[in-house]
Design a protein. Structure first.
Length: 167
């Protein structure tokens, strides 16, 4: 009420800022693309190598039966797993195994580091992975087998994924 001209000017500035922000978001979304598991494995190799950790990959990461969304989510989980290995494990070797079954894709990430303490499950990284996988009806487990920490991810293949491949 005291200075209506100033209010009009501020509203115009807010409108300009909003339009600029919307244009930036649209530009980002336009440039976004799905990250495939094979691409993420190349990144993982570089990150692990820089930390002195050798990566071996068993299985075919192409997985054409998975939708882009599922590739993205598994790639984010793989990135988190690699980050955890570099930060917490003290490992010298990491192995990613990809098994394609009739019902889904199983991805195991193993390392020869210090082992796994169930208390660390309270971290946001593992919770975030579980939440992402739940979004696509996937699951995860983590534990120790034969002296190695083993993170196991499972992503189901459903009819919609098969349809995406055929489209």
């Amino acid at each position: 009420d005291k200075n209506p001209e100033r209010v009009r000017q501020e509203v115009q500035e807010i409108g300009c800022a909003s339009r600029a922000a919307l244009a930036q978001v649209r530009n980002l979304v336009t440039q976004m693309r799905a990250v495939k598991i094979a691409e993420e494995l190349l990144e993982a190799d570089a990150i692990l190598k820089s930390a002195g950790i050798r990566l071996t990959v068993e299985g075919d990461p192409a997985l054409p039966e998975l939708s882009d969304l599922k590739h993205n989510i598994v790639s984010m989980c793989l990135r988190e797993a690699v980050t955890n290995i570099v930060r917490h494990s003290g490992a010298t070797a990491c192995c990613v195994t990809i098994d394609n079954t009739e019902t889904g894709v199983e991805l195991r990430v193993c390392d020869n580091g210090d082992g796994f303490d169930g208390e660390c499950c309270q971290g946001n990284g593992l919770k975030g992975m579980a939440e992402r996988l739940a979004f696509i009806e996937g699951s995860m487990s983590i534990g120790v087998a034969e002296g190695e920490t083993v993170l196991q991810l499972f992503v189901p293949i459903v009819a919609a994924d098969k349809g995406d491949r055929e489209a």
